[in-house]
Design a protein around this ligand. Structure first.
Ligand code: SAM
Length: 271
């Protein structure tokens, strides 16, 4: 087809056909009537592989110039549903309802447009029936998402994502697997949503803000980062660090998810 890749929409199309196969082989299986959501089908390289799994695929594509190509390529495939719009602007639950899908577990699969990786992940994590997210992102972002405490990649994005999901770094993908080739390496990661979460969903947005505040200035100690927003934090924090045998000068990166959850509860609820 005649289509010039649009930089503004992060278009790097997969040309190595083995990658979609590797992605679909990694998808979690279950006997549920689950559905797939694909963000940015592009010319359909990953879509075609997904459709072979014989579950409904709901695909969101922003680039109107790809519409007729996608419709022709998958014409007559009843379980393919195309929504030509910006994924970030849609009410996904209501789209699914209009297509006749109610409460089915959602597996989201995408070779993401890199310019909006974080907002897409955050939107997906908020979907009520999401079961997993298997996505191609920049390798550097994949490493941050899966990072362990006290490593250089560990930060707010790691903690918040690991609160919602177990994260597995699956494999790296070199630039030449795409056309046009991006400047950096990519990687596929899988986020499997945790069945239970420690906080009430109503306070989760507050927890996210708390975590951003903890890591606000990476070089500052946790006490210094928190003091401005949570004036009551200092005494609670120093007590807690002492209890856990952690240095009072610790930075947020020294604390794991459980430490940070406990601190959040102590500072915002007991305090
Ligand atoms: N899935 C295809 C593949 O692997 O070859 C294309 C991947 S390409 C990296 C990203 C795709 O996302 C492009 O088709 C782009 O037009 C689309 N896209 C970018 N921003 C989008 C948005 N906000 N909503 C929906 N699709 C978007």
């Amino acid at each position: 087809m005649n289509h010039r890749a649009q930089k503004k929409w992060g278009q790097n199309f997969l040309k190595d056909a083995t990658i979609p196969q590797k992605i679909i082989q990694s998808l979690p299986l279950g006997d549920d009537s689950y559905i797939y959501i694909e963000i940015g089908p592009g010319k359909g390289a990953l879509t075609e592989a997904l459709l072979t799994l014989n579950h409904p695929v709901v695909a969101y594509e922003i680039d109107g110039q790809l519409e007729s190509h996608l419709k022709t390529r998958f014409s007559g495939v009843d379980h393919f549903h195309l929504i030509m719009d910006d994924f970030l602007k849609r009410d996904i639950e209501s789209d699914l309802k209009s297509l006749g899908f109610f409460k089915q577990p959602l597996h989201i699969v995408a070779n993401l447009p890199y310019y909006i990786t974080t907002p897409i992940i955050r939107k997906c994590l908020d979907l009520t029936h999401i079961a997993s997210l298997t996505i191609m992102v920049q390798d550097e972002v994949a490493k941050r998402l899966a990072a362990e405490p006290s490593t250089k990649d560990y930060g707010a994005l790691s903690v918040i994502s690991q609160y919602y999901a177990d994260i597995h770094y699956l494999f790296q993908v070199p630039p030449h697997a795409f056309s046009p080739a991006p400047k950096v390496h990519s990687a596929v990661i899988q986020m499997s949503m945790k069945k239970t979460r420690r906080l009430d969903p109503l306070v989760e947005p507050q927890f996210n803000q708390f975590i951003y505040q903890c890591f606000k200035q990476k070089r500052k100690t946790l006490v210094n980062n928190l003091q401005a927003e949570y004036p009551q934090a200092k005494a609670i924090l120093l007590d807690y660090l002492n209890d856990q045998g952690l240095n009072p000068q610790s930075r947020a990166e020294a604390l794991n998810l459980n430490h940070l959850l406990t601190l959040f509860q102590k500072i915002t609820m007991d305090g």
